[in-house]
Write a protein that binds this ligand. Sequence first.
Ligand code: SF4
Length: 64
Amino acid sequence: MGKCINHPERETSFMCQKYGVYMCEECLQCRDPDLYCKYRESCPIWFMTKKKNLDEPKQAAAAG
Ligand code: SF4
C-alpha cells in the first residue's frame, strides 16, 4: 500500500511497477502507454486503463 501520487491523503494498492508510483482508483492510468513495459502483461493499471478507454470512448476521442 502507498499514497496516490495525485491524492496524498488516499491509500491505494495500485502501483506502477515501472516508475514506482501509486495511483488511487480515480487516477488509474498507465504511465507509459506508448512505450514497452516489461510489467504490462501482469499490470492491473494497464488492464484498468484499457477498460476505462473502452467504457469512455467519447471522452478519449475528445481529449485526443
Ligand atoms: S503497464 Fe503502465 S502502469 Fe503498468 S507498470 Fe507498465 S508503465 Fe506502469
